[in-house]
Every structure is written in C-alpha cells, then in structure tokens.
Design a protein around this ligand. Structure first.
Ligand code: ATP
Ligand code: MG
Length: 304
C-alpha cells in the first residue's frame, strides 16, 4: 500500500471523530472471551480516555494478551460489549481496528532488521511522487519526515540510514511508538514493551509512553511490572485468572497496594512459608500473611 502522505494521518482521523465530550475512546463493558470451552476472560470493564495511560497488569496466563487481542481486532469478544467512541463494535481484522485509530505495538516488532530506520518507519505506507506509471518512492521526503517525527517525540538517532536491527530493543520500541503516532493512532496498545529491557532502556520507553500520552493519545500499557506501571499510569487494572481483580485510578491505589495485588499477596505469603524451609534463601523481603490486611501508607477508596 502506498500513500501520498502530505500530513499526518492523525489529522485526517481526528476530523472523522465525532465530538464526544467525555466519551471514552475505547470501552469494554462486562466483556469476556472463551476459546471453545476455555473461558480466558470474563466480566472485564476497561475505559481508555485521551491523554491517559491505562495500565493492565497481571501474571502469566491472566488474560492480558487476550484482552488486547479483542481491542486490536485479532480476536472477537464472546460476552459483553466493546465500544469505540461510544459505538458498539466487533472487529474482524486488525485493519478495522487500525482504521479506527487503534494501533498495537507488539513485543516482537514487525520490522525488517536489515532495512534502514526511515524505511521501516514507512514500511507498508511508503510515500511516493510522480504520476502513474512513473510513480516512485519519495525517499528524500520519507527520510525528512521520519527524522522530524522522531524528533517531535524527542527521539534523536545519529543516523536514520542504519539498519533498524542495529538499534537496541528500547530504541526500536520508541521508533514503533513514533510511527504509530505519525500514522494517526488515537489509541496505542503496548504489549509488555519493557519486559525484555534493562533498567535504563525501560526508562526510555516509559518516557515515550508519557510523550504519546501528552500528545493526547489513549495508551493501554500491558506489563507485569507494577513499578513501571506506576511511573506513567493514570489508571490500573489488575487481571487474575481472566477477571479484573482490581480497577483503580492513581489516587485510589498506592504502589505497595498495586505490588501486593500483582504479587498475589496470600500466595506469596504461603511461598514464604515454604521457602523458609529451604537453606540459603532469604525470605525477609516477602510479606507476612498478616501484613496484607494491614492498612497501607496511602489508603484510598478501592474498587475491590
Ligand atoms: N488461542 C487460544 N486457545 C485456547 N486458549 C487460549 C488461547 N489463547 C489464550 N488462551 C488461554 O487463555 C488464558 C489467558 O491467556 P493470555 O495469553 O491472554 O494470558 P497473558 O496474561 O497474556 O499471559 P502472559 O503474561 O504469559 O503473556 C490462558 O489460560 C491461555 O491458556
Ligand atoms: Mg501475553
């Protein structure tokens, strides 16, 4: 697919969005998904608003990927409602989600490692010039635009000619985020973008998540790291065994509470008991079962 791409697609999409006042970009109401007789997700409520980061946390197998597959059009929900701009939808392909401005950055990024950064930026939506049948790639404009867009997001790369495969995992995530923003994403879904990254690189990715949010996007940030979530999140949803165990805004939950919910407090306490029997394992840092019910430093009204 090619495009003349005279501006950002965002501008085009923004015009088509109904004036919605306080209408969320994306909303799940009591949504669920069964794979045959496996009920992977049920009773899930989620709201994504412009300029906010909604974090979805949960342990392995909790249903995080299933949740984003519904929103990104890869799978369909089998229970409840899924609304975009207040209208019920049921996407049959990721293309339909993309057309509504819902872009997903997967962990195994769909990039071509040996192609230059700027070429990957426009992959599948190249800019062209000249009339048919002598239409050709507008390389200069693509390079300039990619450079400008990356800079707009605060990403400065030495050389856009370098193969994207030579960038670090964190830098590639950042290019993917800038690309989604340029191509008009209103909702940006990030599936565990920091899972394979070191501390410093995670910090860089978190910075661009904040930059996307500041540009007015609604961000869905999937992670199982409560510290990363708490650094940028406005809203937190913790999934456990396919249901929402906790839904809370930032002022309703402290980092300790979030960590406890994530860790599965009682399970950890039981584990502490078991580990205490093993020589050479320091269990001091793990919570006692009684600690879990104790009031926290920053108690607030909680949803669960
Ligand atoms: N295509 C499928 N067919 C059958 N069951 C599935 C399918 N995809 C996921 N599941 C099941 O749904 C549940 C939730 O899986 P999901 O991949 O959404 O978890 P997750 O939170 O993303 O886990 P992880 O952190 O390991 O990525 C699991 O029990 C899984 O076995
Ligand atoms: Mg997953």
């Amino acid at each position: 697919m090619t495009t003349d791409g005279t501006g950002t697609h965002g501008a085009i999409l923004a015009d088509t969005v109904p004036e919605g006042g306080d209408t969320p970009l994306v909303e799940l109401r009591n949504a669920g998904k069964s794979y045959g007789n496996i009920r992977a997700l049920h009773g899930v409520d989620l709201t994504v608003r412009p300029g906010q980061v909604t974090c979805v946390l949960g342990d392995n197998g909790a249903g995080k990927s299933t949740l984003i597959k519904i929103i990104s059009g890869l799978h369909q929900h089998t229970e409840g409602e899924f609304l975009v701009d207040g209208c019920p939808v049921r996407f049959s392909t990721p293309r339909e989600a993309l057309d509504k401005g819902i872009a997903t950055v997967y962990q195994d990024l769909a990039t071509v490692p040996l192609m230059p950064v700027w070429r990957n930026f426009f992959l599948g939506s190249e800019m062209t010039k000249g009339p048919w049948p002598v239409r050709r790639l507008d390389i200069d404009r693509m390079k300039k635009t990619a450079d400008q867009e990356l800079r707009n997001m605060g990403i400065v790369l030495d050389d856009l000619e370098q193969p994207i495969g030579t960038l670090s995992g964190g830098q590639r995530q950042c290019v993917a985020i800038a690309r989604a923003v340029y191509f008009g994403a209103r909702v940006l879904i990030l599936d565990e973008p920091t899972a394979a990254l070191g501390v410093k690189q995670s910090g860089v990715v978190l910075k661009y998540i904040a930059a996307a949010r500041d540009r007015g996007l609604g961000v869905i940030f999937i992670t199982h790291n409560p510290h990363h979530a708490y650094m940028v999140g406005d809203h937190f949803s913790v999934l456990r065994l396919g249901t929402m165990e906790l839904t809370a805004s930032r002022d309703q939950v402290s980092l300790e509470e979030l960590t406890n919910h994530m860790a599965g407090g009682t399970e950890l306490a039981a584990l502490k008991h078991e580990l205490a029997q093993v020589r050479g394992v320091d269990v001091e840092e793990l919570p006692e079962e009684k600690d879990l019910t104790a009031p926290v430093a920053n108690p607030g009204e909680k949803a669960s």
